[in-house]
Ligand binder design. Structure first.
Ligand code: PGA
Length: 249
């Protein structure tokens, strides 16, 4: 049985004191929660939030990292620096990284390999644009991003990978995918994983949904057999909007 994995992506929000306050509230509200949890503050708040979530049931996530371990990469943050701060999970291939910052599948794959080589868990984000969905290409886009993102990753390493299906047209727009549309892609991606790694790996991999998930729609989405959690943006910015999703059973 797969456990739900509910993750909060705080994106480019919150000062250090604001991040600390939210982390403290979540430590309390999720203390006895039934699911797996992660919060990903901005790089600037990782150190402060790390001290708050250490030893709790909330994992510390980062929202991105460099393709390289160290070196002349102005403005980038390395896996070694993340680990130094206690980061346990890294979100890679988020659509904002793909579309605003032009990260391609090869670059994302390099990051996935590096993160796993250093023992971090990875949330690999995939998802189609509205025009790709309208052209009937949603499955093909998600398959390609999955296959290319995981190129060279062993079955053993895959155990530390979560996939987040985030249709780009649903992110931050309030337009949530219907549970049926989301489930169709989740089931398809699970089939792709079965083809790449076998049935057992496909049954075990966690596939989160992301894109305007909130308290009002999470139960319908999570009731679907292949939707195993959520990667939450907007609703993760306040304890009273994130907690009801996080406590969903
Ligand atoms: P949203 O963001 O919940 O605000 O749509 C989700 C995400 O981008 O991870």
């Amino acid at each position: 049985m797969r456990q739900y994995f509910i993750a909060g992506n705080w994106k480019m929000h919150k000062t250090v004191p604001e991040a600390q306050a939210l982390a403290q509230e979540l430590v309390k509200s999720l203390k006895d929660g039934p699911n797996k949890y992660m919060i990903a503050p901005s790089f600037t708040a990782l150190d402060a939030v790390s001290k708050i979530v250490k030893g709790t049931n909330i994992l510390l996530g980062a929202q991105n990292m460099s393709t390289d371990e160290q070196g002349a990469h102005t403005g980038e943050v390395s896996v070694l620096q993340l680990k130094d701060l206690g980061v346990q999970v890294v979100i890679l291939g988020h659509s904002e990284r793909r579309h605003i910052y032009k990260e391609d599948d090869a670059m994302i794959n390099k990051k996935v390999k590096l993160a796993l080589a250093h023992g971090l868990e990875v949330i690999l984000c995939i998802g189609e644009l509205l025009e790709e969905r309208e052209a009937g290409k949603a499955e093909a886009v998600c398959e390609e991003q999955t296959r290319k993102g995981l190129e060279g990753i062993s079955a053993e390493e895959l155990k530390k990978v979560t996939i987040a299906y985030e249709p780009v047209w649903a992110i931050g727009t309030g337009k949530v995918a219907t549970p049926e549309d989301a489930e169709a892609i989740h089931a398809y991606v699970r089939k792709v994983i079965a083809d790449m790694y076998g049935k057992e790996a496909a049954e075990n991999i966690i596939i989160q949904y992301g894109g305007s998930m909130k308290a009002e729609n999470c139960a319908g989405l999570l009731a679907k057999p292949d939707i195993d959690g959520g990667l939450i943006g907007g609703a993760a910015l306040k304890a009273d909007t994130f907690t009801p999703i996080a406590l969903c059973k």
